[in-house]
Design a protein around this ligand. Structure first.
Ligand SMILES: C[S@@+](CC[C@H](N)C(=O)[O-])C[C@H]1O[C@@H](n2cnc3c(N)ncnc32)[C@H](O)[C@@H]1O
Length: 360
């Protein structure tokens, strides 16, 4: 964690500044490796392996850290009354599932540049220059990497151990800051960011509207929000998938990984490879392009690992909501965005862009 990031962070319980105690830092003191962030309200959050963990019950997730610094953590009292209703159970399962997914498929197998510009449409590189932006649910860091490359200072938030992979993929970038935190308890003051985006996250939340409603106030009045969610357009495919997921989402992750490998191999050698070969046969290109489903053309651009990871995502994620165009617009309106613009990314998703009103 870079020293200057402490200034941006707030206690998610009371929004007060957090006081930093450093245990280990890099030579020169630019980056804090291990430490604690304390709040006057009594809350405290560990910094473990250079990432602040601003989560309820964070210490219990890092027993080795607690053991190592036991003598320096005497005053820390963890919240013992952590709620355990359905909402919290779904959140915990989602956290485990994506933690496994993005630490297993952590490598930047391709540069995802086209993917970034497609989801953040209609933003251009100029939009990002000199701004402060927020990536909510940053996964393994494929998008924050590109936003930061455009000269914006980026803050990435993810509540699962996916954040370790974002760190590994972005630690060389001086303008990227990361925090492990929950979209429902964000550690920032209102009106902090020039823009925020959340790609492929809201539809995995137990309460997508609540998540987006919590995000809007973090954007400055007049600032921009971008979202991307699954489309309900492929009714039959989605219905079959949901039928399969009733079983697979409850399976052990290692078994889902094996099934995902099989799914990816079938896609690769049953569809993508024939598409690749046949479109090069003289006279066949037009007909092959016409009959090949869009998803095969899409995955044709990506290495095997992307296909494999997406199969895992499909089969494992505990929650998946699907939206129509008007449903996506309502989601953004309900959160308080204005000047909303929703467009399709093929049949599989909707990208939405909205503005936080100035008069708030
Ligand atoms: C499908 S992945 C998308 C990752 C990334 N945005 C991308 O497009 O590559 C969803 C991510 O959202 C994160 N996530 C889910 N629920 C969250 C929550 N309540 N708070 C913060 N992050 C959350 C997951 O840990 C996961 O990394």
């Amino acid at each position: 964690m870079k020293q200057e990031f402490v200034e941006l962070l707030r206690c998610p319980r009371c929004w007060a500044h957090l006081e930093l105690t450093t245990f280990v830092e890099t030579t020169g003191g630019d980056e804090i490796i291990d430490g604690v962030l304390r709040c006057g309200c009594g809350a405290s959050y560990p910094i473990v392996d250079a990432i602040p963990r601003v989560l309820t019950g964070a210490y219990s997730q890092f027993p080795a850290f607690v053991e190592r610094y036991r003598s320096l953590l005497n005053d820390i009292s963890e919240e013992t009354e952590i709620p355990t209703g359905r909402f919290e159970r779904m959140q915990a399962e989602t956290q485990r599932s994506f933690g496994y997914q993005w630490t297993t498929f952590s490598e930047m197998a391709t540069d995802f540049k086209e993917n970034f510009w497609n989801y953040l449409y209609p933003a251009t590189p100029e939009f990002f220059e000199g701004k402060l932006g927020l990536d909510v649910g940053c996964g393994f860091g494929r998008h924050i990497y590109h936003a930061a490359s455009c000269g914006t200072t980026m803050v990435g938030v993810d509540f699962s151990s996916a954040i370790e992979s974002t760190y590994a993929n972005t630690k060389h970038l001086p303008n990227v800051h990361l925090v492990q935190a929950d979209i429902y308890a964000m550690p920032f003051q209102p009106s902090t960011f020039d823009f925020a985006y959340s790609v492929g996250v809201l539809h995995h939340l137990p309460d997508p509207s609540g998540g987006l409603q919590g995000l809007l106030p973090l954007i400055k009045p007049g600032g921009t929000g971008f979202i991307w969610v699954y489309s309900s357009a492929r009714r039959f495919t989605n219905a079959v998938l949901e039928g399969v997921r009733v079983m697979t989402s409850k399976m052990p992750h290692t078994l889902i990984k094996t099934l995902s490998f099989v799914g990816a191999v079938v896609d690769r050698y049953g569809f993508i490879l024939p598409y690749h070969v046949l479109r090069q046969v003289p006279g066949l290109k037009t007909v092959v392009e016409r009959i090949t489903p869009p998803r095969i053309k899409l995955y044709h651009q990506y290495p095997f690992q992307v296909l494999y990871a997406d199969w895992f995502d499909r089969l494992a994620a505990p929650i998946r909501f699907y939206y129509s165009k008007s449903g996506t617009e309502e989601l953004m309106q309900g959160a308080g965005f204005v000047d909303i613009h929703v467009t399709a990314t093929g049949f599989y998703g909707w990208r939405g862009r909205g503005i936080r009103p100035r008069d708030v």
